[in-house]
Design a protein around this ligand. Structure first.
Ligand SMILES: *Cc1c(COP(=O)(O)O)cnc(C)c1O
Length: 375
């Protein structure tokens, strides 16, 4: 049986020769020419003045929050429906995550749900763009400006995504990206912080490298970290950037095919407002509420198709447990499944996933009806 995996990176370009170049030249650590080249290519692609490469997407968030001096006593508004790193890095800084519900149709946060959470202690809004969806960055930027707040974007899943033609991650003080193996481009592990602010870029670089003075070795002007990316990782990243337009084109075609094949069926798609151009990171649908999601995923698994459930809400996790109800996020968290979305999928693979999903939904719905009838 053919296995259709949720994600596989396409490493068939210059990844291998560039890595071999690192090994043969012995530039395998965090000096070396690929780091600057990867940062430049990335900044140019997203349209930011500066890009600072780091060793994963989680520390990209921690570095950004650190460089912006966010910490104890500060409240940061963040979606509860997100990957846990967005929330954890706020808590690790000693700041307080304040959980916002998301929009019912786009699954990302918007102005109304954020605005009502602003208090005198609020310092920042962390917008997270999930699965290929993009927050309304024009309205969030306007809200942040009106209320004197920082806008930070966790754009880990949003490479190739823009709002009104401006790339996600470039609308606020800074934006972060992840290059984990299942992200739109990968470096194995890796991340990036982008900003248009030269002083902030300098501070990010300083903190990335142990707070070491840029001209005076072993003189540390403040408490920093080792969040550096290796030249090997950057070499893979540069090769991935060379092929990014093609990867995005394929991912968009896959998403369009899913939408076309599934539109007559009982699943709900993530809405794409007209201002959004999506990089279609991970194609995700909401199943009908009466269906047992685990049963549908198990059925797909038996057919060799990997899928995954949407994130749990952070406000339900033991570290953050709160009593508020955030019903739109809770529903999306309960009903969503992500389908195989990597650029190496063939059209036949996508059709196979759709057929199996449609039959799983049909079987399970029929089973429910039968049980009701014969009860
Ligand atoms: C992947 C991801 C991260 C973390 O990235 P890592 O590189 O795995 O540390 C953070 N936020 C979101 C929304 C992500 O999807």
């Amino acid at each position: 049986m053919r296995k259709v995996s949720l994600y596989e990176p396409d490493l068939s370009g210059n990844e291998l020769p560039y890595v071999v170049d690192c090994l043969t030249s012995t530039w395998i650590s965090s000096n070396g020419e690929y780091i600057g080249k990867f940062e430049r290519a990335f900044a140019d692609f997203v349209g930011s003045a500066h890009a600072v490469a780091v060793c994963n997407g989680t520390v990209a968030l921690h570095l950004a929050l650190s460089a912006l001096d966010l910490g104890p006593g500060d409240e940061i508004i963040v979606p509860t429906f997100t990957y846990i790193a967005s929330v954890n890095m706020i808590a690790l800084r000693g700041a307080t995550p304040v959980f916002a519900d998301c929009n019912k149709d786009t699954w990302v946060i918007g102005r109304a749900d954020v605005e009502r959470l602003i208090t005198p202690r609020t310092r920042a809004i962390m917008a997270v763009h999930l699965y290929g969806g993009v927050c309304d960055l024009a309205e969030l930027r306007a809200l942040a400006d009106e209320r004197g707040l920082l806008l930070i974007e966790d754009a880990s899943e949003a490479l190739g995504c823009s709002w009104s033609g401006r790339h996600a991650g470039t609308w606020g003080a800074c934006g972060t990206f992840s290059f984990y193996g299942n992200k739109t481009i990968t470096t194995g592990e890796g991340g990036m912080v982008v900003t248009n602010d030269a002083a902030l870029a300098d501070r990010l670089r300083l903190l990335r490298n142990q707070g070491q003075h840029s001209a005076r070795r072993y003189w540390h002007v403040e408490l920093g970290f080792n969040y550096r990316m290796t030249n090997i990782a950057a070499a893979i990243g540069l090769a991935q950037m060379e092929r990014l337009p093609g990867l995005l084109q394929r991912k968009r075609a896959i998403a369009a095919r899913y939408r076309e094949r599934l539109q007559q069926h009982d699943v709900q798609f993530q809405a794409r407002p007209a201002a959004v151009e999506s990089g279609e990171w991970l194609f995700t649908v909401l199943l009908p509420d009466h269906l047992d999601r685990d049963a549908v995923m198990a059925h797909l698994g038996e057919c060799g198709i990997e899928s995954r459930p949407t994130f749990y809400c952070a406000h339900h996790m033991p570290m953050y447990e709160t009593r508020y109800a955030l019903p739109k996020s809770e529903e999306i968290s309960r009903r969503g499944i992500s389908l195989p979305s990597h650029p190496l999928l063939s059209d036949d693979d996508v059709d196979e996933v759709c057929n199996r999903l449609i039959s799983a939904i049909g079987q399970y719905t029929a089973g429910q009806a039968a049980r009701v009838r014969f009860a």
